[in-house]
Design a protein around this ligand. Structure first.
Ligand SMILES: NC(=O)c1ccc[n+]([C@@H]2O[C@H](COP(=O)([O-])OP(=O)(O)OC[C@H]3O[C@@H](n4cnc5c(N)ncnc54)[C@H](O)[C@@H]3O)[C@@H](O)[C@H]2O)c1
Ligand SMILES: CC(C)[C@H](C(=O)O)[C@@H](O)C(=O)O
Ligand SMILES: [Mg+2]
Length: 372
């Protein structure tokens, strides 16, 4: 269907193409039943691009990504490319997209569906009703700081080094996203770093505090060291609303948060740039999980994280909140009805129905049909 919504779809490697196929079914449904169409370009990224083009992302693909209204990304990487030259690793394709699209704000919501309280690694009374938003800085910090590399040092030892680096504006712009979002939620931001041991942590705390005082004093702001936050996430996760943190801590804390919800296979994300003069932001949507080589090709992957990433795209890039709600409700209802991919078959499983990737995708589409 012709539309003015340009979407670049990058399924990637491992389970990426498998879970993306389930989203295609929902896209087709949206076109037919809600007249929501996209002009879709599909391309290679990660190991798939490396195999064909000897690079994890080509300049041509980058150009399409920079011009697209949104990028829907699957996952990259896998053992086949573990020994690839560092600059050509599949993951570099994703990092280049984030950096060149300037997607500095990575929104990683973690919600516990009522139907899944027993699938969590924690006791139901600790996770019930959980709804937190981790905002991860995505284009700076130790992922991109210079110098980095390896050499033989003066003692003749092999030495590797990365640099954690942040500028004040980089910290302020991601904290501003956190404060803005908190105002639409429960009005609380927890900023996390290690100001007790890192210069970047000290600057992070200063800038978050300064911005809060200047523009967001109506929002409650706390500071918590990242190690303590990792502990508090397991002890009493419901104390949090919005968490804002750096690139590396955000990566780790969001994987940890996924287990509060039951599975890494459930968590979506939105990576957003700054709005331009017309209010349009560059954006990429992807699950927080990877290519899951241990289950790839077996039809076992949970397509929910990819599906909810698509829902975030509808909401944040296309202002289609009603359609996003529909997709989220359909997911919630199939879980309520007992559908479970293997990753969710923990805790109490009576009354549940074990399904594969495609059956889960079909169940979501069927539920969408029932809802409208
Ligand atoms: N955004 C990305 O593309 C991304 C994110 C994380 C890891 N990776 C890459 O993926 C590869 C594998 O990394 P890893 O094993 O550390 O992390 P992973 O997220 O791929 O898998 C971790 C565990 O979670 C399970 N899992 C993940 N997604 C699932 C889903 N949708 N349904 C059911 N189970 C799921 C896997 O089976 C595995 O046991 C590496 O090359 C890594 O760099 C890519
Ligand atoms: C694949 C890798 C580059 C990526 C990261 O470390 O950011 C992943 O773990 C993620 O969480 O998106
Ligand atoms: Mg990660």
């Amino acid at each position: 269907m012709a539309s003015n919504r340009n979407l670049l779809m990058l399924p990637g490697d491992g389970i990426g193409p498998e879970v993306m196929n389930e989203v295609r079914k929902i896209i087709a449904w949206m076109g037919k039943k809600r007249a929501v169409g996209f002009d879709i370009t599909e391309d290679l990224v990660g190991g798939a691009a490396l195999d064909k083009h000897d690079t994890p992302i080509t300049d041509d693909t980058m150009k399409i990504a920079l011009e697209a209204d949104a990028v829907l990304f699957g996952s990259v990487g896998g053992p086949k490319w573990d020994t690839a030259d560092f600059t050509k690793k599949p993951e570099r394709g994703l990092l280049r997209l984030r950096k060149e699209m300037d997607l500095f704000a990575n929104l990683r919501p973690a919600k516990v569906f009522d139907a899944l309280v027993d699938a969590s690694s924690l006791k139901p009374e600790i996770v019930k009703g959980l709804d937190i938003m981790i905002i991860r800085e995505l284009t700076s910090g130790v992922y991109f700081g210079e110098p980095r590399g390896r050499h033989v040092n003066a003692k003749g030892e092999v030495e590797a080094f990365d640099t954690q680096r942040y500028t004040a504006p980089e910290i302020q712009r991601v904290c501003a996203v956190a404060f803005e979002l908190a105002r639409k939620r429960r009005n609380k931001v927890t900023s996390s770093e290690k100001a007790n041991v890192m210069h970047t942590g000290v600057l992070w705390r200063e800038e978050a505090t300064k911005l809060h005082k200047e523009k967001y004093s109506d929002v409650k702001l706390d500071h918590m060291y990242a190690d303590a936050l990792a502990m508090q996430l397991l002890r009493a996760p419901n104390q949090f609303d919005v968490i804002v943190t750096d690139n590396l801590f955000g990566d780790i804390l969001s994987d940890e948060a996924s287990m509060l919800t039951g599975s890494l296979g459930l968590l979506p994300s939105a990576s957003l740039g700054a709005p331009d003069a017309t209010g349009r932001r560059k954006a990429l949507y992807e699950p927080i999980h990877g290519s899951a080589p241990d289950i790839a090709g077996k039809g076992l992957a949970n397509p929910i994280a990819q599906t909810l990433s698509y829902a975030m795209m509808l909401r944040y890039s296309f202002d289609l909140g009603k359609e996003a709600d529909l997709v989220e409700t359909a997911v919630e209802n199939v879980l309520k009805a007992g559908y479970r991919t293997g990753d969710l078959l923990v805790g109490k499983t009576d009354g549940t129905k074990k399904v594969g990737t495609q059956e889960m995708g079909d169940a979501i589409v069927k539920e969408l049909d029932r809802l409208v």
